[in-house]
Design a protein around this ligand. Structure first.
Ligand code: NAI
Ligand code: MG
Length: 505
């Protein structure tokens, strides 16, 4: 493993990069097509996880700011966006997409600085985020209702109409990408939006809102910054919000669903997981080790679908473990702005502490720490929230490190003796977001895909998500599917029209 030392040059590079993305720019709330501070005027800082330096501040919005944003969104829904013909909506969104593409380098740099993710990953994710918005803008045009054969006397058909104002709440692990999964379908379907980004990563979505200034009618897209209880909760209980979509922690999802129940507001929830990656004895082990490593170390393990449980057949366990360790060894932990870096810091101090705590829990539970496990001081002054890629072997599925979402670069290796045991361990969990299978046997691939309770099963690969591929959870991992063609429907309500054709004289 090689660690870039945070020399003065690296530190200066970050200062320069921060200066570049913030110079002459305010990162405010975005309401009714322009920048707004919060009514109380309070702000909070967002930090660069690699250096712990403040990047800039954003408004600390409260209920009264949320009210303003919802009011603007409601007005835009009633007066402009909600009644635009679909082709005009689509065209406006495609204009926005073009503007975003022209600014994607800046967006990627902002995303990398704000979250600590390697710049190359941020570039990929920003370009994917834009692709998702484009995809929904395009397919909205193919929108069709049904004709219903209910008899000769009635002409019956369906129409799919937007709900009105959608409240969207997103986390910090993929700030722009996860926002795009909601913004794309919500706006394309004709809703207006109030989006609350996570308090740890407010910058990229602020920029895309600013970049919508000349293309989306004021009030179509609104952003409020702030903390979950102060700015998130008022959005979830607002009487003019007609649709909610949330990605984040299970407990928060539960709270949001309860708030939504008060108004019978439909909710889409994406709530994380503890995905198993099953390595069968016939697998190509080198390939499997690569997938296992990418599956848990990409984005420093802060992915809802991360392969955080590695289930390995006992006959190939020793050989696989060596290959897996070698992959972990090859991860380059370091400066997110450096080209060669594959693993950045954790996105926040809170997450850093949580991950370190789980590593201690794993040791106490009796798992064998076979790789990593240390927080790394890659700076001379101990800055940055870096943790080594970590592998625990000898994990039992009922240990806390196997059951709870750590959300860090920590893999738990669990052995199994046969197919049935593998599937039973895979399913013995409250989550059901995703799973992986490594095998060269087609029938095992199909059987396991049938037997595993998860919204996505990857066979011999990890995370090739493209627009149009449904993504979402079984069990406590959530409700609804994102990224799919049908996701447009989650932001629409169906109206049936029955027209009597009889009794004309
Ligand atoms: P969180 O679920 O509390 O936060 C996600 C978003 O929800 C943020 O924008 C936050 O401000 C907002 N929020 C929080 N409480 C709210 C409330 N009562 N009403 C409305 N909005 C609210 O997640 P957090 O605290 O950032 O991370 C804690 C853990 O959750 C992580 O360690 C990880 O295990 C898990 N997580 C899972 C994610 C996933 O993709 N499934 C994403 C982020 C976190
Ligand atoms: Mg929270």
């Amino acid at each position: 493993m090689s660690y870039d030392k945070f020399t003065d040059t690296i530190r200066q590079n970050h200062e320069q990069a921060i200066e570049e993305v913030t110079r002459g720019r305010q990162f405010d709330a975005w309401i009714k097509g322009s920048s707004r501070t919060s009514i109380r005027g309070e702000r909070f800082e967002t930090k660069d996880p690699a250096t712990e330096k403040t990047i800039t501040t954003v408004p600390r919005c409260q209920e009264e700011d949320v009210d303003k944003a919802v009011e603007a969104a409601k007005k835009a829904f009633n007066q402009t966006w909600g009644s635009l013909p679909v082709d005009e909506r689509s065209e406006a969104l495609l204009d926005w997409v073009e503007t975003l593409r022209a600014n994607s380098e800046e967006l990627a740099l902002l995303e990398s600085l704000d979250t600590g993710k390697p710049l190359a990953d941020a570039e990929y994710e920003v370009s994917e985020a834009i692709n998702y918005i484009e995809y929904y803008a395009q397919i909205a045009r193919g929108e069709q209702g049904d004709q219903l054969p209910i008899g000769d006397d009635t002409h019956a058909f369906t129409k799919h109409e937007p709900y009105g104002v959608a409240g969207l709440i997103v986390p910090w692990n993929y700030p722009l990408l996860l926002a795009s999964w909601k913004l794309g379908p919500a706006l394309s379907a004709g809703n207006t939006v109030v989006l609350k980004p996570a308090e740890d990563s407010p910058l990229s979505v602020t920029r895309i809102a600013q970049l919508s200034e000349d293309v989306l009618p004021p009030g179509t897209l609104n952003i409020v910054h702030g903390f979950g209880d102060e700015a998130g909760a008022p959005l979830t209980r607002h009487e003019d919000i007609s649709k909610l979509s949330f990605t984040g922690e299970g407990q928060t999802g539960e709270t949001i669903m309860k708030a939504a129940a008060e108004q019978i507001t439909p909710v889409t929830l994406e709530l994380g997981g503890k995905s198993p990656f099953i390595v069968f004895p016939d697998a190509d082990l080198e390939n499997a080790a690569e997938i296992a490593a990418e599956g848990i170390f990409y984005n420093t393990g802060q992915s809802c679908d991360a392969f955080s449980r590695t289930l390995v057949h006992e006959d190939i366990h020793a050989e696989f473990l060596e290959l897996f360790r070698a992959e972990a060894e090859e991860r380059i932990v370091g400066d997110p702005l450096a080209k060669e870096t594959t693993t950045g810091p954790l996105a926040s101090k809170q997450q850093f502490e949580k991950v370190r705590e789980y590593i201690e829990i794993g040791k106490k539970e009796g798992a064998a720490l076979v790789h990593g496990g240390e927080s790394i001081s890659i700076t001379d002054s101990d800055d940055g929230w870096f943790v080594e890629p970590t592998i625990f072997d000898g994990v039992e599925n009922d240990m806390r490190i196997a059951q709870e979402e750590i959300f860090g670069p920590v893999a738990s290796v669990i052995q199994f003796a046969d197919y049935n045991e593998a599937v039973s361990i895979a399913n013995d969990i409250d989550f059901g977001l995703a799973a992986g299978v490594a095998t060269t046997d087609l029938s095992i691939a199909h059987r396991a895909s049938d037997d595993i309770q998860a919204g996505t099963v990857w066979v011999n690969q990890y995370a090739d998500l493209v627009p149009g591929t449904p993504f979402g959870g079984f069990k406590r991992s959530g409700i609804g599917r994102e990224c799919a063609k049908d996701t447009l429907r989650e932001y629409q309500q169906t109206k049936t029209v029955n027209i009597s054709l009889g009794q004309m004289d």
